[in-house]
Design a binder for this molecule. Sequence first.
Ligand code: ATP
Ligand code: MG
Length: 272
Amino acid sequence: MEIIAVANQKGGVGKTTTAVNLAAALAVIGKKKVLLIDLDPQGNATTGAGLDKNELKKSIVDVLLDETKLHKVIEKNTQAGFDVAGANRDLAGIDMSLSDVEDAPFLLKKAIELAKKSGKFTYDYVIMDCAPSLSILTVNALVAAKNVIIPMQCEYYALEGVADLIDTIRRLKAINEELHVRGVVRTMFDGRSTLAQDVSAELENYFGELLYNTTIPRSVRLAEAPSFGQSIFGYEKSSKGAIAYHALMNEVIKQSDEPKLFEAKVRAQFDW
Ligand code: ATP
Ligand code: MG
């Protein structure tokens, strides 16, 4: 089982779109068993998978507050083709609720470990959609995860802020040795824009082998799909957005199939 956090504390860079469509590609095309955990009080990944976030009987907040077990909040086989542990605005107060809890960063990791012991938690991939912050929720994701995919938009301030995320990842390596950046994916890419091309080249320089070859194009279809509670594969499977997320899935699976090669790349690039 591989646990991947999709994170970037910058807002609106395509985290949720990437988490939902990567999860869908892995499930629908890759035939993998996939769980998507929504760790954002906005609940966008929950909605994007076709669930009504305001109608959730139990959600991830109940797991973090130790009121229920992870497998009890999982909605099986959603319209988007994978299982979902949903979230909604009930999650917004979690920072306050956990302020006195000593093992607050470890709650999700513990919940996943407990679920694994039950024997019914048999996913190939667990994808976590993070909120645009480095709050206790994102810290929980980064403590539970094996690695991180960072979506980035090719715009002027793209690299600003990523330094903080990378710094957080470095610090959390002290408690989660395995944690590293799996890859950086360029999102909402507009190939006609010179600025986008320049920033893309800058990202290639900075991240080298850690930059996925696949670039996600700007596509209206990708933005429309969540309003139908569908992934791009359910909404328009021949669109350029679907083709791009399929290609990204191939790269992600290749990393899983060739862990040695992938780890060598990580080491060659940074000491992450
Ligand atoms: P937040 O930080 O608020 O959680 P996010 O990083 O999860 O945001 P998304 O919600 O995935 O970002 O995307 C932000 C907006 O851009 C959404 O309206 C989404 O539909 C749209 N969007 C994402 N990717 C694309 C794309 N490739 N082409 C066009 N629109 C996109
Ligand atoms: Mg989001």
